[in-house]
Design a protein around this ligand. Sequence first.
Ligand SMILES: Cc1cc2nc3c(=O)[nH]c(=O)nc-3n(C[C@H](O)[C@H](O)[C@H](O)COP(=O)(O)OP(=O)(O)OC[C@H]3O[C@@H](n4cnc5c(N)ncnc54)[C@H](O)[C@@H]3O)c2cc1C
Length: 394
Amino acid sequence: MSPSYDVVVIGLGGMGGAAAHHLSARGARVLGLERFGPVHSRGSSHGGSRITRQSYFEDPAYVPLLLRAYELYEDLARATGREIALLCGGVMVGRPESRTVAGSLRSAERWDLPHEMLDAKEIRRRFPTLTPDDDEVALYESRAGLLRPENTVAAHLQLATRQGAALHFEEPVLRWEPYRDGVRVHTAENTYTADHLVICPGAWAPRLLADVGVPVTVERQVMYWFQPRGGTGRFVPERHPVYIWEDAAGVQVYGFPAIDGPEGGAKVAFFRKGRVTTPETIDRTVHDDEVTAMAEHMARCVPDLPGTFLKAATCMYSTTPDEHFVIARHPVHPESVTVACGFSGHGFKFVPVVGEILADLALTGSTAHPIGLFDPARLAAAPARDSSERGARP
Ligand SMILES: Cc1cc2nc3c(=O)[nH]c(=O)nc-3n(C[C@H](O)[C@H](O)[C@H](O)COP(=O)(O)OP(=O)(O)OC[C@H]3O[C@@H](n4cnc5c(N)ncnc54)[C@H](O)[C@@H]3O)c2cc1C
């Protein structure tokens, strides 16, 4: 007879790990199935740091979820003793009318979030590592900062295990099907049955969730670490904030303080300048021309950052046509399957609250959290995102 569970979770990365934790915390008998090992670097949840912020330029509808996520970062740190969030402050920089600045201000005002507007002179005075043009401004948010993605994933897996969840690694799901009132899930090792299935496949969504009707485009993204000129002293979190910086052409870069000691450098990356790829074919090599392009871009806004190139790593975005997430009961199998995908390069800061929402949806069919924006029906008729205009290497 197949082993039977209340809920099977496919994918134990950021979202699936959080789901396994919240489901098992509520007493569900959970099986988690993961293609790779625990806390791996072949999906979307690695690289040492992720930005978190509340004045959300993408849409004010995300703010209530962020307020809850911040509470959950603290719970997670307390329950596991791990460093989850480092709220060192952050600046959203650009021209006043840029999406980064105007959108952040809109969310801050809509939700009455603590923030300050800084002109170029004030940015340079407060953060001497940053050199904005005279017509650039910033929204400063003291509660912005960074998350430690590997610690976050490990913490969720640790709690899930402690609460009795069975987590199987190196056991990819080959296929699943509706079975009686629930589902049947097949791996090379076994066949499992469950009342409910939660699918959190990250960049494997085009394969695992083809029948959801959501066009998800997988993009290769590169993270770069540089040792700043003059060392990391001026780049520590007390002096150098996280930032997202939009230039006149609409190109956004984002970066972090030096958090890995004097030799670890500081990380920077382009937000959305990725090439379309797949998890099977992604080019994991970072090429010299990419490093040069990044260094040249940073020379204008954080001139001391591109001192010495240290290393780079690739990661994948799973992008929907409108860059909003998909979190819902499965449109074809609403009774027995819940899905979470298409986090479009900005999902990590929501990881704990997505876990809570997935537990709500899986166990009760609904959630009190506002997730209307993430309904897959909005994308049913949309064509896959055309990345050709952004497909060139930066
Ligand atoms: C370079 C980069 C920078 C980013 N920066 C930020 C940031 O600053 N702030 C922010 O909020 N977000 C950021 N993001 C986005 C964020 O990291 C992602 O939205 C988030 O990690 C996605 O989590 P996930 O659970 O969907 O995917 P993953 O963590 O990749 O998890 C999916 C899991 O499913 C597993 N899986 C797939 N298929 C199967 C199968 N058949 N059987 C079993 N397991 C399977 C995979 O192995 C994987 O472990 C960034 C992403 C990247 C790549």
